[in-house]
Write a protein that binds this ligand. Structure first.
Ligand SMILES: [Zn+2]
Length: 78
């Protein structure tokens, strides 16, 4: 999942109560946030709309590129 690239989630992040990128506390900070995946517990997790969510998207794109490269190395496709 995307947010794993940012390390181990705090309990608040894993429960969807804090941004997985900047750790903003959604219970105290009124910031728009978007779902970016699920934690090990199955809870939906979020990142702030804007820079944080974009950073998750960039991280996902990087992981996809790495996976594609790794997959094609042994596959011999193409
Ligand atoms: Zn954030």
């Amino acid at each position: 999942m995307a947010f794993e690239a940012f390390g181990v989630l705090t309990p608040a992040q894993a429960d969807g109560l804090a941004c997985v990128v900047c750790d903003a506390d959604f219970l105290r900070v009124a910031v728009a946030h978007v779902p970016v995946g699920r934690s090990d517990t199955g809870s939906q997790v979020f990142a702030c709309k804007g820079a944080c969510a974009l950073r998750v998207a960039e991280e996902v794109e990087r992981l996809v590129r790495e996976l594609r490269a790794a997959a094609s190395e042994d596959g011999g496709a193409g």
